[in-house]
Design a protein around this ligand. Structure first.
Ligand SMILES: Nc1ncnc2c1ncn2[C@@H]1O[C@H](COP(=O)(O)OP(=O)(O)OP(=O)(O)O)[C@@H](O)[C@H]1O
Ligand SMILES: [Mg+2]
Length: 242
């Protein structure tokens, strides 16, 4: 028997309270590939989809399966959250400790590591992300791009098996964006990335899905289009498909 997917959604429907129209409607999805890209217009339900996966929202109908088992209680949800890390759309929602090291060590501490072990993991994670020297920086004074990378460090410190990244390149300059691409390409983890940045997805995903009309479906074709642009900085590499 083939192994069940790490995450599967079956017939998920969800409407926000006081909102009669469901945002997601009979949505079906299972993680088939290691590097999945997700696109879709503003407000179509992409972030909602991630929130359902990690149990921050409970669907009105349908099932969330983790390694093939229905997630039906808090204990199962805790197990899921140990393996599935969620990088929020806004890093400010993710960071809450005064210093960077405290924020990155928080996850491992919460998982039961001693403070010495948690600090060691935090230091290693910061080093892996090229953030050595940031340990004592005041979290809320970091720049937007620095916050994004530190937020990623807080998640990686928990050694997840899967990453959900919600528009990770927002407000990143070309150099930091390239760094993030290199980091993600170097991680042997399941990754689902929501982005409006097609070139970023081209470099980080092997399969593309689109959220539309409450559903999610595979994008089977390249959409050929014409575009004109200038490259002022000149270091923002991307491909054109003709
Ligand atoms: N807490 C909430 N209460 C009511 N409506 C909400 C709530 N959160 C989101 N919505 C609405 O649900 C819809 C889907 O929101 P969601 O954040 O999932 O979209 P998205 O695809 O991530 O959009 P974007 O690309 O702008 O991030 C939007 O119309 C949004 O206004
Ligand atoms: Mg969103």
């Amino acid at each position: 028997m083939p192994k069940p997917p790490i995450i599967e959604l079956r017939n998920i429907s969800y409407a926000y309270p006081h909102n009669s129209m469901p945002i997601l409607q009979n949505l079906n999805f299972s993680v088939s590939d290691k590097h999945v890209g997700v696109i879709g217009s503003n407000g179509c339900g992409k972030t909602t989809f991630f929130q359902i996966i990690v149990g921050l929202l409970t669907p009105d109908t349908g099932q969330l399966l983790f390694h093939g088992e229905n997630v039906a209680n808090k204990k199962q949800l805790r197990e899921l959250r140990k393996e599935v890390g969620f990088l929020f759309q806004s890093a400010d929602d993710q960071l809450f400790s005064p210093t960077v090291i405290e924020d990155v060590a928080f996850g491992p501490l919460n998982l039961g590591y001693s403070s010495a072990a948690a600090e060691k993991i935090a230091l290693e994670t910061l080093m892996d992300l090229g953030l050595s020297g940031f340990e004592e920086r005041i979290t809320h004074k970091l720049s937007g791009g620095e916050k994004k990378l530190v937020a990623l460090a807080t998640i990686l410190a928990m050694k997840p098996k899967m990453l959900l990244l919600d528009e990770p390149t927002n407000n990143l300059d070309p150099r930091t964006r390239k760094r993030l691409i290199d980091i993600l390409q170097g991680l042997d983890l399941y990754q689902i990335i929501i982005s409006h940045d097609w070139d970023f997805l081209d470099q980080t995903s092997s399969i593309l899905y689109q959220v539309e009309h409450g559903h999610i479906h595979k994008c089977e074709e390249d959409h050929i289009h014409v575009h004109r642009h200038i490259h002022k900085a000149g270091d923002h590499p991307h491909r054109h498909i003709h």
